[in-house]
Ligand binder design. Structure first.
Ligand SMILES: C[S@@+](CC[C@H](N)C(=O)[O-])C[C@H]1O[C@@H](n2cnc3c(N)ncnc32)[C@H](O)[C@@H]1O
Length: 277
C-alpha cells in the first residue's frame, strides 16, 4: 500500500445555507421533541453533543487523526487491520466500533512484542490487539472475582456498573479464539498491583480500568514504570463526563507529550528514548 502525504488541516466555514434550517431544527428539538416522550432521547443527545463539542473546543491537547497514526508510530506502510466479528464486538456493550478500529491500527502499526491492558472487561480490546499484533504476548488485568467494596470506593456509579457486569464474563470475547494462547489473564486491583517480572519492557499499555483520578494516576504510574524505551501508552475515556481521566491527563500533559486521537476518546503517548530514565 502506498503511503499518502498527511491531509491538510481542515478549516470549517459557517455555511449560511444551513443556518436558518439549523435554528428551525433547534427550536423543534427544544419544544415539540422535548414534550414528546418517544422523541425526548434526541434532545438528551443534543445536550451531550453540545457538552462534548465545548470540551473539544476548550481542550489544549494536540490532535492526531486516524490516517496519521501509523507515521506517528514509526510505521511507513500499514497493512490491513482486522476486527473481531460484530457479535464479539457487541460484547463490549459500547455500540460502536471506532475505538477498536483505532486500537487495531495502533497494534498493527507498532508491532509490539508485549502488550499490557488494564481493564479486561469482556476482552474485546485484548482480542483486537492480539489479532492485529500476531507476534505479541498480551497481559490483561481485571479485578479479582471476589473484591471488597473498599477496593472500588473511588469509582463512579458508571464504573461500578462495568465492574458488576464483568464479574461473570471477564475475557469472554477471547476465551475460545485461537489467539487466546497469547492472552494472559491477570487478576488484581490496579491500585495496588505489582507488575510481575514478565511485565518488563512493555511496548504497548492500554489503560481502560477504573476511571477515577486515583485509578488513572496509579495505572499511568505503573505503565510508565514498565514501558519500553519506545513504548506507547493509550488511555480511553478522555471526555467531558469523566473528570478523573480528563483532569489527570491535563496535568500529565504538562510533563509528557500527549496527543488526542481525533473523533475518539483515546489519548496516546509515545516514549522517546531521550526521555527514558
Ligand atoms: C471499560 S471496562 C474495560 C473495557 C475493555 N478494555 C475493552 O476494550 O473491552 C473497565 C474494566 O475495568 C475493570 N476495573 C475497574 N477498576 C479496576 C481496578 N481498580 N483494577 C483492575 N480492574 C479494574 C472493571 O472490572 C471493568 O471490567
Amino acid at each position: 500500500m502506498k503511503t499518502l502525504p498527511p491531509p491538510k488541516t481542515r478549516t470549517y466555514k459557517v455555511d449560511s445555507r444551513h443556518f436558518m434550517p439549523m435554528v428551525g431544527d433547534l427550536v423543534e428539538l427544544v419544544t415539540v421533541r422535548i414534550a414528546d416522550k418517544s422523541t425526548r432521547s434526541h434532545v438528551v443527545q443534543l445536550g451531550r453533543s453540545i457538552r462534548q463539542h465545548a470540551f473539544d473546543a476548550r481542550d489544549t491537547l494536540p490532535v492526531i487523526d486516524h490516517p496519521s497514526l501509523p507515521a506517528f508510530l514509526g510505521c511507513d506502510e500499514l497493512g490491513d487491520i482486522v476486527l473481531p466479528s460484530v457479535d464479539t464486538i457487541s460484547l463490549s456493550g459500547l455500540g460502536f466500533v471506532i475505538p477498536y478500529t483505532l486500537l487495531a491500527t495502533i497494534a498493527s502499526a507498532l508491532k509490539p512484542k508485549k502488550i499490557f491492558e488494564i481493564g479486561t472487561f469482556r476482552g474485546v480490546g485484548a482480542l483486537t490487539m492480539a489479532i492485529n499484533a500476531p507476534q505479541a504476548e498480551i497481559y490483561t488485568l481485571d479485578l479479582p472475582e471476589q473484591y471488597t467494596s473498599t477496593e472500588i470506593e473511588t469509582l463512579s456509579k458508571g464504573d461500578k456498573e462495568w465492574v458488576r457486569l464483568s464479574r461473570t464474563s471477564t475475557g469472554f470475547a477471547f476465551q475460545s479464539h485461537p489467539a487466546s494462547v497469547r492472552i494472559h489473564q491477570l487478576r488484581g486491583n490496579s491500585l495496588t498491583f505489582t507488575p510481575p517480572p514478565e511485565l518488563r519492557n512493555v511496548d504497548l499499555c492500554f489503560i481502560d480500568g477504573g476511571h477515577s483520578y486515583e485509578c488513572i494516576k496509579a495505572d499511568t504510574e505503573t505503565a510508565l514504570r514498565i514501558l519500553s524505551p519506545n513504548g506507547v501508552i493509550v488511555w480511553d475515556d478522555y471526555t467531558w463526563f469523566i473528570d478523573g481521566v480528563s483532569n489527570y491527563l491535563t496535568e500529565l500533559s504538562r510533563s509528557l507529550r500527549l496527543h488526542r486521537i481525533a473523533g475518539s476518546q483515546l489519548v496516546i503517548y509515545r516514549r522517546e528514548p531521550e526521555h527514558f530514565h
